[in-house]
Design a protein around this ligand. Structure first.
Ligand code: PLP
Length: 375
């Protein structure tokens, strides 16, 4: 079945008792046993497994074409579980440019437990090969990446990882299963912050790990979910499942508008540089054309001339865009990345990151035009 059909139907069934078409929210933490002591529904206690979570996991596994999906209470909880499924002393390769929280989980939290971490420019396969060690067990891909939308070739990196006896995991949050299918390209594991496009409405935190196979590694991720306990609530799972049917439509509309916004910015004299994989000027454009389909995503970054003070003035002058962090939601956001708490030092001071929402692209372009003219 096509992704659009799966997005509507996966994880959903009409309730046999009430014939309710929309799923119920089942907040129960505990489930009654039968007279013989067995668990007839298959549920025991909600940290281990729960109806809304199971439905969400089935749907997300179907959308990514995976054998198993494991849902968490945030993207970072999913990332933590994924790294924690490795062994002490294992080595991982992270992209030079990754979501900041991913880097911090690896370097501030798990390095203390013996995780070895190297960074490499994933656009340069020789550079990746150079940092590999005999104990490399995972190469982490993030594509397109935060915040300058670098594109990494998932198929090539997966091949490199497998030749080295390592897994390839892909943070596909910016692309969503609509635009990119890392498992089909050779990755072993996909991670999403479902807080972003999958939730899509700035009202739920969540994360997921999806495996091509339900093997020992994924079972350790599952163990981290069940025993570590960073599980999403019934309502969170219900909200996320509620958002899935519109995901393909939202992401395609956001991608189309993002391309128009990127083209507008590229032609603007106050803009020094635009980062969008859909522009032929983007260094990752050819790879993005190969491995993404139906669009290049709703995230656009650009640098204004004049540095941080001008960038902050543009963000403040925007009226339709909200100056706030996060992404993937129905409302458009603009963010000055260099001034976020704990910002990595290599973010260009004049960089603004846009998350394109579902407003009319003409209104978004008009808003950026007036904000850039004021600044
Ligand atoms: C937001 C984000 C995360 C972390 O997810 P949370 O839900 O905030 O914990 C990881 N990767 C990317 C690319 C993100 O945008």
């Amino acid at each position: 079945m096509h992704l659009e059909t799966l997005a509507v139907h996966a994880g959903r069934t009409t309730d046999p008792q009430t014939r309710a078409v929309a799923p119920a929210i089942i907040p129960s933490t505990t489930f009654e046993r039968a007279e013989d002591g067995s668990y007839p529904s298959g549920f025991v206690y909600a940290r281990s497994d729960a109806p809304n979570r199971r439905a969400l996991e089935q749907a997300l596994a179907a959308l990514e074409g995976g054998a198993v999906a494991i849902a968490f209470s945030s993207g970072n909880a999913a990332t933590t579980a994924l790294f924690s499924a490795l062994q002490t002393g294992d080595h991982v390769v992270l992209p030079e440019e990754t979501y900041h929280g991913t880097q911090l989980v690896a370097t501030r939290m798990l390095a203390r437990w013996g995780l070895q971490v190297s960074f490499a420019d994933l656009g340069d396969l020789d550079a990746v090969a150079r940092v590999l060690r005999p104990n490399t067990r995972l190469i982490w891909v993030e594509t397109p990446s935060n915040p300058t939308l670098r594109v990494a070739d998932i198929a090539q990196i997966a091949e490199l990882a497998h030749a080295a006896g390592a897994l390839c995991a892909c943070d596909s949050t910016f692309a969503t299963p609509v635009l990119q299918q890392p498992l089909a390209l050779g990755a072993d594991v996909v991670m999403h912050s479902t807080t972003k496009y999958i939730g899509g409405h700035s009202d739920v935190l969540g994360g997921v790990v999806i495996g091509r196979e339900d093997n020992a590694f994924l079972q350790r991720v599952r163990q981290h979910q069940v025993l570590g306990g960073a599980v999403p609530s019934a309502f969170d799972c219900w909200l996320l499942l509620r958002s899935l049917p519109t995901l393909p439509l939202r992401v395609r509309a956001q991608s189309e508008s993002a391309l128009r916004v990127a083209e507008f910015l590229e032609s603007h004299p106050a803009v020094a540089r635009v980062y969008y994989p859909g522009l032929p000027s983007h260094p990752g454009h050819a790879v993005a054309c190969r491995q993404m389909r139906g669009g290049f995503g709703g995230m656009v970054s650009f640098e204004v001339r004049g540095g941080a003070s001008v960038a902050l003035a543009v963000a403040a002058a925007a009226r339709v865009f909200t100056h706030a962090t996060s992404l993937g939601c129905v409302e458009s956001l603009i963010e000055h990345r260099a001034s976020i708490p704990d910002a990595p030092s290599d973010i260009p001071p004049g960089l603004l990151r846009l998350s394109i929402g579902l407003e009319h692209p003409d209104d978004l372009i008009a808003d950026l035009a007036q904000a850039l003219s004021i600044a």
